[in-house]
Design a binder for this molecule. Structure first.
Ligand code: HPA
Ligand code: ZN
Length: 326
C-alpha cells in the first residue's frame, strides 16, 4: 500500500498533456449552453458513451468536435483552471501544456483569445496553488507546412506566453520531415522543440523528429522498441520520452496495460516519463496513469522515484527553478 501513496504524493512534472483533452463532458455541455452551441449528443452520458476508440484517428475526430464549444477567452481560462486544479491536487509541481491553436483559429477564434485565456490561467494557478505552468504551441500535422508557418506568424505577437512548439494530430502519413523548415525557424527564434513521434508511427518517424526537427523531447516514442539502434541512441543521449500509458491503452497501442512497454524502456536506460495526454478522454489524470500502470506491471518504489526524477529533470524550467524540485 505504500507504493500507491508514494505515487500520489511524490512531486512530479507533467510534460505531455493537451489542454483541449482536459475538457470533461460536463464542461463541454456547460460551455455549449453558455455559448449557444448545439452539440450532436443528447446528454453528458451520451457523449461519454461515444468515448470508445479503436485508434488515434477515431479519438481525434471526437476530440476536435468537443473543442468546438470553446469560443470566448473565459472558456479557455475555465478549461485550463479546471485542469490546473486537478494537476496541483496530483502533486504536479510543473506542467508544460500543449495547446492546438489551429483547432480554434480555423473556427474564427482569434489567436489572442486562445493564448490570453490559457496564459492568465497559468499565472493565476501559480499564485493560487504554487504550480509552475507554461504553454507549448502545437502544430497540427494533418494540415500543411504553410498553415504551420501562418500559425507561427499569428502567434509571434504573443511570444512571451509560450516556451516552445510541438507537433501533434494524425501521425501516420504525416512524417516529421514535412515540418523541417518551420521547426528550423522556431529554433532560430529560441523556442524549445518537441514532437509526437512513434505513437502509432514507425521508428523512422522518431529518427525524423531527432534528425530533421532537432527536438529536445519525443512525445510518446513507444514504437522505438522496434529498432535496437534507436533504443541505444535514445539511452546514450538520455532523450526524454513523454509516455502516456492510459492513452496508449485506450487508443489500442497497448490494449492491455500489463503489456505496456514502459518497464522495458526504463530498464533499457531510456529517460522515460509518465503523463496523461488527454485526461478527460482516456480515463484519468497523471496520478491515475501512475497508479494503473504500476498496478498492472508490478513496478515498485525504485521505478517511482526514477520516473518522478526523470520528469522533473526533463522540464524546460531554468536550472534555478529546477533546483527547487530535484
Ligand atoms: N497524438 C496525436 N495528437 C494528439 C494526441 C495524441 O496522443 N492527443 C491530442 N492530440
Ligand atoms: Zn499527445
Amino acid at each position: 500500500a505504500h507504493v500507491p501513496a508514494l505515487l500520489r504524493t511524490m512531486p512530479k512534472a507533467e510534460l505531455h498533456m493537451h489542454i483541449e483533452g482536459s475538457l470533461e463532458p460536463e464542461l463541454i455541455f456547460a460551455l455549449a449552453q453558455r455559448n449557444g452551441v448545439t452539440l450532436p449528443y443528447a446528454s453528458v452520458e451520451a457523449l461519454r458513451a461515444a468515448y470508445a476508440f479503436t485508434d488515434l484517428q477515431s479519438f481525434l475526430d471526437i476530440y476536435y468536435a468537443g473543442a468546438s464549444v470553446l469560443l470566448q477567452e473565459v472558456d479557455f481560462y475555465d478549461m485550463a483552471m479546471a485542469y490546473l486544479a486537478r494537476a496541483a491536487a496530483d502533486h504536479v509541481v510543473r506542467t508544460e501544456i500543449f495547446f492546438d491553436p489551429q483547432t480554434h483559429t480555423e473556427r474564427g477564434v482569434p489567436m489572442a483569445t486562445v493564448i490570453h485565456g490559457l496564459s492568465r490561467a497559468c499565472k493565476d494557478a501559480e499564485a493560487r496553488w504554487g504550480i509552475s505552468a507554461v504553454l507549448i504551441l502545437s502544430f497540427l500535422r494533418h494540415l500543411s507546412e504553410e498553415a504551420a508557418f501562418e500559425t507561427l506568424e499569428a502567434a509571434l505577437p504573443y511570444r512571451e506566453h509560450f516556451v516552445g512548439i510541438g507537433l501533434d494530430s494524425s501521425e501516420r502519413g504525416n512524417p516529421p520531415e514535412k515540418f523541417e523548415r518551420v521547426f528550423a525557424r522556431c529554433k532560430a527564434l529560441g523556442l524549445h522543440l518537441v514532437a509526437h513521434a512513434g505513437e502509432e508511427g514507425p521508428p523512422a518517424y522518431v529518427w525524423g523528429a531527432l534528425n530533421a526537427l532537432q527536438v529536445e523531447r519525443i512525445d510518446h516514442g513507444v514504437q522505438s522498441e522496434q529498432d535496437p539502434e534507436l533504443m541505444r541512441h535514445l539511452a546514450a543521449t538520455r532523450m526524454p520520452l513523454t509516455v502516456c500509458p492510459l492513452s496508449n491503452q485506450k487508443l489500442c497501442v497497448f490494449p492491455d496495460l500489463r503489456d505496456h512497454n514502459l518497464p522495458r524502456l526504463l530498464a533499457a536506460g531510456l529517460n522515460v516519463t509518465v503523463n496523461s495526454d488527454d485526461p478527460a478522454y482516456f480515463g484519468g489524470y497523471v496520478n491515475d496513469n501512475y497508479l494503473q500502470l504500476f498496478a498492472a506491471t508490478g513496478m515498485g518504489a525504485v521505478q517511482a522515484y526514477q520516473l518522478a526524477r526523470n520528469s522533473l529533470e526533463a522540464t524546460f524550467a531554468s536550472p534555478a527553478q529546477q533546483a527547487a524540485w530535484v
